[in-house]
Design a protein around this ligand. Sequence first.
Ligand code: SF4
Length: 454
Amino acid sequence: MQDLQFFDQPISPPRPDRDATPRARRYYVWTVGCQMNVSDSERLEAALQGVGYSPAARPEEASFIVLNSCSVRESAEERILGKLGELVRVKREQPDTRIVLWGCMVGPDHRSIFAQRLPMVDHFVAPSAVDAVVALAPNPVYTLDEPALPVASWARPPVSVHVPIQYGCNMTCSYCVIPLRRGRERSRPLAELVDECTRIVARGAREITLLGQIVDSWGHDLPGRPQLADLLEAVHAVPGLQRLRFLTSHPAWMSERLIATIARLPRCMPDINLPVQAGSDYVLKLMRRGYSVARYKALIAAIRNAIPHVSLTTDIIVGHPGERSVDFAATYDLCAEIRFDKVHIAAFSARPGTLAAAQEQDPAMAVPEPEKEARRRELERLQETIATERNARFLGQTVEVLVEGESKGKWRGRSPNNKLVFFAHPDDLTGRLVPVRITRTGPWALQGEAVGSS
Ligand code: SF4
């Protein structure tokens, strides 16, 4: 689970060529959560455009409003509830507005524990059920004649597209609500994925990120039990694809064959997110993660041995019930030893229905909030120092940047190691691979100057 990112703005901007679209055929999609939610929203927006809708910049300009929700932390749910509160006024002034609550605040049976509290919501739809949301749009011009793909009618296809390869999760990590909301794991067939990726790249995308809660377990429920390594090889061969990534790995599932495959495929980027969650075996057991710190360290060694220039990122939860100071110290030491490129750090937040929420009711196990916060800050400080030092290795180097767009007067893109790079250039280089010499580095991003374009 890569659970610590938030995207709380419409993904697709309004299209000037469709300014005349009436409010009856305008949608507004608002997304909070992980990359899986962003991918679902991308697919939804493409599908809505495919049936004749246009995006709106503000909810009051739309007749169809979809909030794609996240339950990973209480703060994510609070954002959605706050947004729904704002929409009460919109609905009062324009009663024909249809509001859909979608995503992890709704279970796989399209029911939500919040239903009683949310009279302004017209429909509740389970996570990733894109076609079910599209079917609720009241004024389609066309019908959707194929499953929702993110290729339908982007004004300009995104440079980088996320493709879900599996849904749900079979693990039972103590703190995680995802299996309760997204259901059991379902892998999408290899041929379907290769076909989708081929069409996405043909439309202009340059980079594909394969997404799943545990991407390494992809295929175990399919006939012939193909592995992620097989899928990487097949997608890597898609004509025109320049970069291939995947998210999120799990230490209990990552295989030697997968590592060797990443090392061998030139367009598979040297960038791996491998969530460790804690650096103490005692806490990993409480979390029911299914691996030990020794296994994790061995994997890191194998990855660095096979791909010496790799970037490694991880996710960590501090303050899980039962985490003692000695356990936190072990997590701190592990981070200092491995020296990750990036660490997503979260203070534990109890999610109703999970084992850890019950554990936190036990005063002997609960970590006080100020202590959780202090541990989070201590780890953040360490990681900022490490990230600063790790990124400094790029100073003076020329890296190839895939340009994703403009940001504050500069071009913004990613290096192979997934570092955010900014540089100035008079031309629109969106979608191009540009060699950039790095002139300044910091913990979160690199600055540079273009030395040509390819
Ligand atoms: S149950 Fe565990 S493996 Fe599955 S999504 Fe949640 S954290 Fe990830």
